[in-house]
Design a protein around this ligand. Structure first.
Ligand SMILES: Cc1ncc(C[n+]2csc(CCOP(=O)(O)OP(=O)(O)O)c2C)c(N)n1
Length: 564
């Protein structure tokens, strides 16, 4: 009788196919070679993207996951391949991005011998993953992958790592994939309690100046419509966190702007004037709260949150509503009164005008000679579609792009929010683009960050992903320079960069590349880029020492937000 068993390596691939995984981002090497060999026969069912570095692979998987809403998958060999994933794992954990990372490991009889490229990646990734495991037998591969996908995507999503020894990859076993639908003692979706909804509704109905803050939990929970319905009924003004952007269209009449260190003036300032603060799917990150001792002390806080660990972690709340906001928001909407808060909303609008004249108009319609980052984003807005995706790196350009990009719909931003990982954007943009080739993907990056993963231009070339890369070049590690200017007596310690000819680099990767140094050429070049069919590299030489405002300096209160 024919042996129906297959190698563990093929079980890996068949399990990924069973999970509807259409892309693997990865990089091969000795300990994962059997899996790569198995992959060779599955090219019609699963696409593999060969990045130029494992960090690129995991960031690409993150970009893919954030746009598609699916689990991102990346793969690496043992030792340095595996450790190169660590930054991305930490990034995905803090930004709640669902990932399954598969690493090869030396054969089990070599474990603990300091074998070539042996590293304890399970140990290294333990605190950064939602779950991890080392698999040493072929029979355990499919159950581990099934469990990994379930854990990665359920509840508050996060990264999972599955380390598979080489002998397990080579061992024969029957393939029988049973999807994991639940795990004893793991309850990712706590049921919303009626008593908590009633208590929240009571506080909200009694409020004179209620204010709602929404975060990425709304996007993850696919609760955008539910949020809108709640706002439409209550008339409450709403502001978003960095990762919450897009969950509510910026055209909504109650949308008042962005929170945090470089968010908008009114949303930060008025946090300390509301009487009820309703937080939905956000975790009161210190970039949002500033000094906690002086954060919204006058307000009763109502926190709608899926992860129990976030409740009362940074900000003590009056009422918590534990559960998926997709479920809790409609229950709450039923119980709250129809209302309008026109006078309160107009307080936001008045301060908005102040920010416009002090900051926004100078950024978007500058009169000085040097180009501003803001005007580049203004032109991008002119030519982008509503569902265009902004992918940013970390630094001044990230904050400026976030501030001025017009977010019209959900899942339109990919950025490294919690970890602030420079080098994130280029590979993440590639992953975002492959998640949906029909959407515009604009990667806005600084001259520092692009050089951390610039080799991924090679992956863009090979995949032909039509990513638009916009390099805002100020020849500085701009955000650090800004802090040095404002808080370290302008002592520019190791923040100035001697940069290469980026256009030559981009052209070497076969990209259409243009450098803009004058305002006169900016609009037309952005227009050309946005309609260009393939990948495009636009370098804009911007003013070297521009700063991002408003700003809440570290350790200050939200009400100390500065306009200059
Ligand atoms: C991996 C990593 N190293 C260091 C930092 C600290 N850091 C934050 S912003 C920044 C400067 C970024 O410079 P650039 O990429 O040129 O962007 P700009 O601020 O000029 O727009 C640095 C060094 C970081 N966030 N990530």
């Amino acid at each position: 009788m024919k042996d129906s068993r297959i190698r563990g390596a093929e079980i890996v691939i068949k399990s990924l196919v069973a999970e509807n995984c259409d892309y693997i981002f990865g990089y091969p090497g000795g300990a994962i070679m059997p899996v790569y060999d198995a992959l060779y026969d599955y090219a019609d069912q699963i696409k593999h993207v060969l990045t130029r570095h494992e960090q690129g692979a995991i960031h690409a998987a993150q970009g893919y996951a954030r746009v598609s809403g699916k689990v991102g998958v990346c793969m690496a060999t043992s030792g340095p391949g595996a450790t190169n994933l660590i930054t991305g794992i930490a990034d995905a954990q803090i930004d709640s991005t669902p990932l399954v990372c598969i690493t090869g490991q030396v054969a089990s009889q070599l474990l603990g011998t300091d074998a070539f490229q042996e590293t304890d990646v399970v140990g290294f990734s333990m605190p950064g993953t939602k779950w991890n495991i080392q698999v040493r037998k072929a029979e355990d591969i499919a159950p581990a992958i099934a469990k990994g996908f379930h854990i990665a995507r359920s509840g508050r999503p996060g990264p999972v790592l599955i380390d598979i020894t080489k002998d397990a990859q080579n061992e024969l076993f029957e393939f029988n994939y049973v999807p994991c639908l639940g795990i004893r003692s793991y309850r990712p979706y706590p049921k919303v309690k009626d008593s908590e909804i009633a208590a929240a509704a009571e506080v909200i109905n009694a409020a004179k100046k209620p204010y709602l803050l929404f975060g990425q939990g709304v996007v993850i929970g696919k609760a955008e419509e539910e949020l809108k319905a709640f706002l439409d009924k209550t008339g409450i003004p709403a502001a978003c966190t960095l990762l919450g952007s897009g969950a509510l269209t910026e055209d909504h009449p109650q949308y008042v702007g962005k929170l945090g260190m470089h968010g908008n003036y009114a949303p930060n300032l008025l946090t300390n004037q509301c009487d009820v603060l309703i937080a939905v799917g956000m975790r009161f990150d210190d970039r949002v709260t500033g000094d906690l001792k002086r954060y919204a002390k006058q307000a009763k806080v109502v926190h709608l949150e899926l992860d129990n660990a976030e409740i009362n972690k940074n900000v003590k709340c009056e009422v918590s509503v534990l559960g998926d906001c997709k479920e809790s928001l409609p229950l709450l909407t039923e119980k709250v009164n129809q209302n309008a808060h026109a006078a309160w909303l107009s307080e936001f609008r008045t301060l908005e005008e102040k920010e416009k004249s002090a900051v926004v108009s100078l950024d978007l319609l500058p009169t000085k000679t040097g180009l501003t980052m803001g005007e580049v984003i203004r032109y991008i807005n002119d030519y982008k579609k509503d569902d265009a995706i902004l992918v940013t790196d970390v630094g001044q350009h990230q904050m400026i792009a976030w501030r001025y990009f017009k977010f019209k719909t959900t899942r339109t931003q990919v950025t490294s929010g919690g970890l602030g990982t420079m080098g994130f954007s280029l590979p993440a943009a590639l992953g975002a683009q492959l998640a949906d080739v029909n959407r515009q993907v604009i990667c806005v990056v600084g001259d520092g960050g692009i050089q951390m993963t610039i080799q991924e231009l090679g992956t863009i070339m090979q995949t032909k992903a039509p990513v638009k890369v916009v390099l805002l070049n100020n020849d500085f590690l701009g955000m650090v320079r800004q802090w040095q200017q404002l808080f370290f007596d302008k002592r520019y310690s190791f923040t100035e960069l001697d940069n290469p000819d980026f256009i030559k680099i981009a052209e070497a990767y076969n990209m259409k590349a243009t450098k803009v140094t004058e305002r006169d050429n900016l609009k037309d070049t952005v227009a050309e880029m946005m309609v260009h069919e393939g990948p495009y590299f636009l370098e804009v030489v911007v003013e070297k020492e521009d700063n991002v405002f408003p700003m809440i300096p570290t350790g200050c209160s939200v009400e100390e937000v500065r306009l200059s």
